[in-house]
Design a protein around this ligand. Structure first.
Ligand code: ARG
Ligand code: ASP
Length: 720
């Protein structure tokens, strides 16, 4: 009995702070103090300085933040970079035309000259990180409100950052909070802006399984793309120029063909974006009982309509492919989170941990005045949150998730930003704005959007309390259309100027000749404004104060947890800065009697093939290679590995992260997680949480044998 009790105590405390094997996204600078010994005992052969060192080249010099939201890794002395296909997707799409459809066919540059430039695409190299907590916290005092605090930090940190900024090209210094405002770190980056597309497999490899397999194991996706970083002649960052030369990195990673086996040590380095591991039970319950279910339901409506339209018309399929993938990515993840939390008894786990927290706090009179009220305060604040969360989501996710509403919002922001006075000077700004909208209209189907709006407006009117319904809308629907929403929306769309770029242009230029206010009188813009006003007047004042309150409580709660756990290493939530996660190659059991093993093979790709389903088409060339069975150095035991599963703790942003073996050699690229484990952002369960990686041997096989680009493999330092 006693033993049972002790193990439960550890479990519950562990579920707030730390730590299961495999859990954690560790700060590289602190590796030595926090995790290094553990990693070594699990097989790591490197020193902490091999991973992160500011005085000598180290692995961190090869791992980049790619395009501000993904990760990537440099694999040659010529600036060759690997990331995911889904991280390069926008760029591959931007270069695609009907004649050169690189999304469908893939793209491979035969020489440096054929590599394609990507305006706006950047990679950031981390130069150094340091603790600036004292300097930042000196800016604030304990009596400040949370918003005053935030304002002071926002105003004061640029000065602190500036002092550390090295002289030279492309440097930037960013200060970010760790542990919810309890610590602050400075990060110095060097940003390279000439990043060219070198290669991408066809989507039938890079996105094989599509949205159906997304967030799922078993997986058979070759989710990678290849870029190259260019620099000026001095090897420093430079704007794009044909004169630029391939970047010579301080360090690039060797690539191993030896692969990993179940149980082997693995390590992921990259840029996880955001996690919320200190979330309390009342917050988690709002999230999984109200927030996610409602957003899922609203997205169901939209995705169903889009899917139908995409099925009926091939052009619509292309136009809505990227939008569908993006809306469905979170939609599917949230469902996984809800299931995972339910299965793990996540809310009960958090509650038990909070009870224990309170007991600990009460045992020390020094702590209890500052911390004892926390659980109750969280509870009360979340009660307030429950009052507006439904209308807030109905408007933000539902109504403002309609495409033309987003256009209306853009128009309003644009018109409001016009300089007052001389209306003639607006003409060029207006023309520029109108022409900027071509990317929206290229992928826009008003009849599809109309159906979405009808359905989401119906949902809103059905579920929103009457005080959140714009009065003019209710009146028009009732009086003019006798409550028939379908007819109301039809009329709105029939007369809408937002249907196409030409009508929009005409309407905006006409409004200009009178005055800008006329734009706001257009019925569809007026409707957007009415919803916006409801939000600003009836929701935001409360929601903002709740958000500040939760920020403040979370900061103090985290402070208490750090205090209670001062004797053990704790990792901070992800904040889109470089982290190290480690674990091993392992499968899991998603349900009773089902066991997932950690490797998939090309055989599995072929077995999944279904020519009638878009997501499961297999390129003929890949099938021919499979039939020939010639995998060269990339196969093992007559089979070609495709994806692997591991217990490395990752999150959104870790896509494209290099996966290393115990010697620091590249063995894979991270790209996803399993559905059962997507809750790892709020609750890590070592039994269920896994990351999904593409095996580097599949990547090299596709580059070499499928695409015939052996010269790229020859650039790499291959370890056989
Ligand atoms: N789930 C992956 C991550 O969150 C994205 C995979 C992209 N593929 C897709 N079919 N949407 O980013
Ligand atoms: N697919 C995610 C990414 O793009 C990774 C994840 O959430 O596991 O970063």
């Amino acid at each position: 009995m006693m033993r049972w009790f002790i193990s439960c105590v550890c479990f519950f405390l562990g579920s707030i702070v730390t730590l299961y094997a495999g859990e954690g996204m560790w700060v590289p600078l602190l590796l030595e103090q926090t995790r290094y010994e553990k990693m070594k005992s699990q097989g790591l052969q490197l020193s902490a300085k091999d991973i992160y060192d500011i005085n000598h080249a180290s692995m961190k010099d090869a791992v980049v933040l790619f395009n501000g939201g993904c990760s990537g890794v440099v694999v040659s002395g010529e600036g060759l970079l690997l990331t995911n296909h889904h991280c390069g997707y926008d760029r591959i799409q931007a270069h695609s035309t009907l004649e050169h459809d690189y999304l469908t066919e893939g793209f491979w540059a035969g020489s440096h000259e054929e590599e394609l430039s990507n305006p706006g695409l950047e990679v950031d190299f981390l130069i150094e990180m340091k603790d600036v907590t004292d300097a930042v916290l000196a800016l604030v005092g304990d009596t400040m409100t949370e918003s005053e605090r935030w304002q002071r930090i926002k105003e004061g940190t640029p000065e602190i950052a500036k002092k550390s900024l090295p002289l030279g090209k492309g440097y930037k210094a960013v200060i970010k909070s760790l542990f919810n405002g309890n610590q602050y770190y400075l990060y110095i980056y060097q940003t390279y802006k000439d990043v060219r597309l070198v290669g991408a497999p066809p989507s039938a490899i890079g996105k094989f399984g599509g949205d159906t397999d997304n967030w799922m194991w078993p997986r058979h996706t070759g989710d990678f793309s290849v870029f190259r970083i260019y620099a000026g002649k001095d090897n420093q960052p430079a704007e794009y120029s044909p004169e630029n030369v391939p970047y010579k990195p301080a360090y690039f990673v060797p690539v191993s063909l030896r692969g990993l086996s179940p149980g082997d040590f693995s390590m992921v380095m990259g840029y996880p974006g955001s996690t919320d591991r200190f979330i309390t039970s009342p917050e988690l319950s709002v999230l999984v009982d109200v927030n996610y279910p409602l957003r899922i339901a609203l997205r169901n409506i939209k995705l169903d309509i889009w899917k139908q339209a995409m099925k009926q018309d091939p052009l619509t399929r292309i136009q809505y492919a990227a939008k569908y993938a993006s809306v469905s990515n979170s939609w599917k993840k949230w469902q996984g989170v809800i299931r995972g939390i339910e299965k793990a008894g996540g809310i009960e786990q958090k509650k038990a941990a909070e009870k224990l927290f309170l007991e600990k706090i009460m045992s020390n009179p020094q702590w209890n005045t500052r911390y004892a009220g926390l659980p109750e305060a969280f509870e009360k604040t979340c009660e307030m949150q429950r009052e507006y969360i439904v209308p807030s989501i109905l408007i933000k996710e539902g109504i403002f998730g309609v495409e033309w509403m987003q256009m209306a919002e853009k128009i309003c922001r644009f018109v409001e930003s016009l300089p007052s006075g001389d209306e003639n000077s607006w003409t060029s700004l207006l023309n520029e704005f109108i022409s900027d909208q071509s990317s929206f209209y290229r992928n826009y189907r008003p009849e599809v959007d109309r159906e979405v709006f009808t359905a989401l407006l119906t949902e809103f009117l059905k579920n929103a309390d009457s005080r959140y319904i714009p009065a003019a809308l209710q009146k028009t629907v009732d009086k003019k259309f006798h409550g028939d929403i379908f007819l109301y929306v039809k009329d709105l769309y029939d007369h809408s100027v937002l249907k196409d770029q030409a009508s929009l242009g005409k309407a905006l230029l006409k409004a200009k000749s009178g005055h800008a206010g006329k734009v706001f009188n257009l019925p569809e813009i007026a409707l957007y404004k009415a919803f916006d006003r409801v939000f600003l007047e009836k929701i935001e004042p409360v929601s903002q104060s709740v958000d500040w309150k939760l920020d403040s409580l979370t900061r103090i709660y985290t402070e208490a947890l750090l205090l209670l756990n001062a004797d053990q290493p704790v990792y901070p939530d992800a904040n889109l800065t470089l982290r190290v996660a480690y674990g091993s190659i392992e499968g899991f059991s998603p349900s009773d009697a089902v066991l997932y093993t950690p490797f998939t093979y090309l055989d599995g790709v072929i077995a999944k093939e279904d020519t009638s389903i878009y997501d499961y088409k297999v390129p003929a060339r890949l099938k021919a290679l499979y039939e020939a069975g010639d995998y060269g150095d990339y196969g093992v035991g007559g089979r070609l590995p495709v994806c692997m599963l591991g217990s490395n703790h990752t999150s959104g942003g870790n896509s494209g992260s290099p996966v290393f073996n115990r010697n620091g050699e590249l063995v894979g690229l991270n790209f996803d997680r399993n559905w059962e484990g997507t809750m790892s952002d709020v609750l890590y369960d070592p039994e269920q949480c896994r990351n999904i990686m593409v095996d580097i041997r599949y990547v090299l096989f596709i580059i070499d044998k499928f695409a015939g680009s052996k010269h790229l493999v020859s650039e790499m330092q291959i370890v056989k």
